[in-house]
Design a protein around this ligand. Structure first.
Ligand code: NAP
Length: 245
């Protein structure tokens, strides 16, 4: 039997890169997209995945990326992230707009573009990486919280719209995962980013990718609707156990 095709957005680092590797190991033919093409090739080439430039915030980029995809069984909407930790009183409009485009409009655009192919596959699945930030808000998280709450609402609507179609809709909502997420959030400030994980045994990107592969490899009639996965050291977005250094 020909391998099923999985498309992973934001696979040039972190959770997306781990998903690409583990989906290949699970027998999928994998197509990956992100903006930093050299980084994307570093992930894709050793595992035999297909790498293509993709900016999920740009409709033309989504269109040309998806036009090259002949068939799609699994779409992993992973591209996204947070920008800044400013309180609402100091909101930077551009950061909020960008977070909305990355985390809500991007997955919507990718889903809309690939839905005909997911349905035509006869066994499609949309897996979206949300966050616990989409379940609980925290100080400084307003824009990211709004975006991740938003995409969870979108996927909830999609699941109802697709009832009766051969497409599953799954949301994986991680807590703290040590990736480049905080470096991006703090504009490249690696020292500040490292304090986020200080003393905590965070999840790894592979821990989250294992959840994605688990959802993608259940029998077709089994839909993992939603899965919240946090480190043992994390009780909520802001309540963490930190070992003394
Ligand atoms: P990461 O290491 O910073 O990876 C983010 C990925 O998204 C990169 O590959 C980046 O690639 C891609 N990306 C960003 N904007 C994009 C765009 N406009 N178009 C295409 N790709 C784009 O962070 P991560 O932790 O793996 O994050 C992956 C997902 O998990 C995100 O949705 C994030 O919100 C979510 N999440 C993370 C955590 C955490 O603690 N790390 C927790 C919960 C949820 P390019 O820059 O090359 O485009």
């Amino acid at each position: 039997m020909a391998p099923k095709t999985a498309v992973v957005t934001g696979a040039s680092s972190g959770i997306g890169a781990a998903c690409a590797r583990q989906l290949v190991e699970a027998g999928f033919s994998v197509v990956v997209g992100a903006r930093r093409l050299p980084r994307l090739h570093e992930v894709a080439d050793p595992i035999g995945a297909t790498a293509r430039s993709l900016d999920v915030t740009d409709q033309a980029s989504v269109d040309s990326f998806c036009a090259e995809i002949d068939e799609c069984h699994v779409l992993v909407n992973n591209a996204g992230g947070a920008l800044g930790l400013e309180p609402i009183a100091e909101t930077v409009d551009e950061k909020w707009e960008q977070m909305f485009h990355m985390n809500v409009m991007g997955p919507m655009r990718m889903t809309r573009a690939l839905l005909p192919k997911l349905i035509a596959s006869g066994d499609g699945q949309v897996i979206t990486i949300g966050s616990i930030a989409g379940h609980e808000s925290y100080p400084g998280g307003g824009g990211y919280n709004a975006a991740k709450h938003g995409i969870r609402a979108v996927m909830h609507a999609l699941r109802q719209e697709l009832l009766g179609q051969p497409v599953r809709v799954t949301q994986i909502d991680p807590g703290m995962v040590e990736t480049e997420f905080s470096i991006v959030r703090f504009g490249g400030d690696a020292d500040r980013a490292s304090t986020v994980y200080r003393g905590v045994e965070a999840l790894t990107a592979d821990d989250v990718a294992a959840c994605v592969v688990f959802a993608a490899t259940r029998p077709s009639h089994v839909n993992i609707d939603a899965l919240i996965v946090k480190p043992r050291d994390q009780a909520s977005a802001t309540n963490l156990y930190r070992r003394p250094s």
